[in-house]
Design a binder for this molecule. Structure first.
Ligand code: FAD
Length: 345
């Protein structure tokens, strides 16, 4: 192969589209059974009205969706249509276990055999690596603990007391839903920042530039909310007014039936929802030793500085639908140029 693409979410499909146009011999591998990337697995109450806005896949405008339709149906259908129209034959389900250097080529090892390739586009997103911080006593808690990615809707918490941990958009969205069925406590590490600045293209560029700078230095990327603040939507304003969004600082430890703050205050709880984000799903690249001492992977554009055969798309500054589409195009262009240079040499 000239190129193996791992992942058929927005980033991987965009890369495949541009690799095809560049006439590069490639294969797309994806671990899921059907199209849609991580959108297949978003919680059912995430509606098109509550996602931030979906950028088009290349050459195929995303039609204005029904705002009440679930994102986990609308996006997989859009991706399936894109694959069909563009003749992108994704090999699925194929899970990549490891990518190793193999005499100048890269060997991509999977549960369905191995591929050898000159270049790799890694588009594995973050969904499969939910991040859960450790707190003392966590294992003793008798109630339910779940990560926001396991949330399926608020009804199952009816009549309970639920602690939601996390300062991001998922935390706020799930808290607002749960608070209609249960009593809640919201806990965040840092004081949350709210913003009523509209998400303009200029703000988007500023955010991307800030995350890009970290990645250029080889530091782990930060989440977009840490740069923009939480959007002051009408629902968020109302929740601030009614006290649902009265935030408490992080607790110190977890007990059998709740949590305790450093001043000894105890809050009883039936469930703790950890809306504490994700990490990039890159374990399969470990044999290539791409990480810097800063803990991140240093990129120049989409190209990994430590191994220029490898491109990361949907990572750091390109971890949004707009960023993913653009990164797919950039990776295909850079690979085309570098393979042409290699052939000419
Ligand atoms: P994914 O969609 O996660 O796709 C990764 C693919 O890689 C998957 O199909 C998976 O099967 C595959 N894969 C992973 N590991 C392996 C492996 N080892 N072997 C083989 N295949 C593998 N962005 C926006 O722009 N607008 C929004 O409104 C928005 N809302 C969001 C809401 C939530 C709750 C979350 C968590 C994110 C949201 N984002 C939003 C971010 C956005 O969804 C992603 O940044 C974007 O979809 C990029 O997708 P991706 O292609 O990088 O990854």
């Amino acid at each position: 192969m000239d190129v193996v693409v791992i992942g058929a979410g927005q980033a991987g499909l965009s890369a495949a589209y541009f690799l095809k146009r560049a006439n590069l011999d490639h294969v797309v591998l994806d671990a899921y059974v059907g199209p849609g990337g991580a959108w297949r697995h978003r919680w059912p109450t995430l509606r098109m009205a509550t996602v931030h806005g979906i950028h088009d896949l290349p050459g195929m405008p995303f039609a204005e969706p029904d705002p009440t339709a679930p994102a986990n149906e609308v996006l997989p259908a859009y991706f399936a249509d894109f694959e069909r129209r563009n003749g992108i034959a994704v090999e699925r389900p194929v899970r990549v276990h490891a990518v190793r250097d193999h005499g100048g080529l890269l060997r991509v090892e999977t549960d369905r055999g191995a591929w050898e390739t000159k270049a790799l586009v890694n588009a594995t997103g973050t969904w499969t690596r939910p991040f859960l911080p450790r707190y003392p006593g966590q294992e003793r808690f008798q109630g339910r603990q779940l990560h926001s990615s396991q949330y399926r809707g608020p009804e199952e918490f009816s009549g309970q007391h639920v602690i939601v941990v996390g300062g991001g958009t998922s935390a706020v969205q799930q808290l607002l839903e749960i608070a209609r069925h249960a009593t809640t406590t919201w806990v965040t590490r840092r004081e949350p920042e709210f913003s009523d600045e509209p998400f303009t293209p200029e703000l988007g560029r500023t955010v991307v530039a800030k995350v890009e700078e970290r990645v250029r230095q080889g530091l782990p990327p930060r989440s977009v909310v840490s740069v923009t603040g939480l959007s002051l939507t009408p629902a968020v304003r109302e929740a601030l007014r009614t006290g649902v969004l009265d935030r408490r600082p992080m607790f110190e430890r977890i007990t059998e039936d709740g949590v305790v703050w450093p001043d000894g205050t105890h809050q009883r709880a039936d469930a703790i929802v950890w809306a504490t984000g994700f990490r990039a799903a890159l374990d399969h690249l470990a044999p290539l030793h791409l990480r810097t001492p800063g803990g991140g992977i240093q990129l120049d554009g989409t190209r990994v500085v430590a191994d220029p055969r490898v491109h990361l798309v949907g990572y750091g500054p390109s971890a949004s639908t707009v960023g993913a589409t653009r990164a797919g195009r950039a990776a295909a262009k850079e690979i085309k140029e570098s393979l042409s240079r290699r052939e000419a040499a």
